[in-house]
Design a binder for this molecule. Sequence first.
Ligand code: SF4
Length: 201
Amino acid sequence: MSMTITYEIGDSLYLNITNRCSNNCSFCVRSKADGVGNASNLWLDREPTVDEIIQAIQECDLSRYQELVFCGYGEPMMRALDIVEICKKIKSSNNIPIRINTNGQANLIFEQDITPLLEGWVDTVSISMNASNKASYQAFCHSMYGDAAFDAMLEFAIKCKKHVPKVILTVVDVISPKDIQTCRAIANEIGVDFRVRYYLV
Ligand code: SF4
């Protein structure tokens, strides 16, 4: 049975809480390998419960890590309400910074604005922007929400700014320098940070 909940990349502790995702990106690391960082297999036979995730975190020596990152082999915000519950529990006894790596579609997934729930619990939201316009985004990411996904992702970034100290839009360096420039300009325009990620596999 496979249930790797925690794993390490660099000096961060990553949390693998779901394999579900509302996208099906053509460059997704999941189609290239079964794991990343020090985890050989991040496929879950079932999703861990909130209690199992909290227990797995508490079994780790958090003083060894700079950050706790909800990421996983899937879209962690498929379980946004569980994330908030887990953050509240962890932050009640430890002030480790918490980041969510997300595709930015949580408000589509939950059909409401969930960003106020993150306030006080989440320190950074890193959103995969992936493309400079909705057509390219959908061609890369194949969102189940179709053309609505790109604009909703940017709207999510804007809304997160009100509730989360650090909001970052990211792209992977598989797109053209011109597209990266356009993405950077959009991030500047909406007033969030921007980062280029390097393709891992
Ligand atoms: S959003 Fe992330 S987990 Fe989902 S398919 Fe794209 S790269 Fe993979």
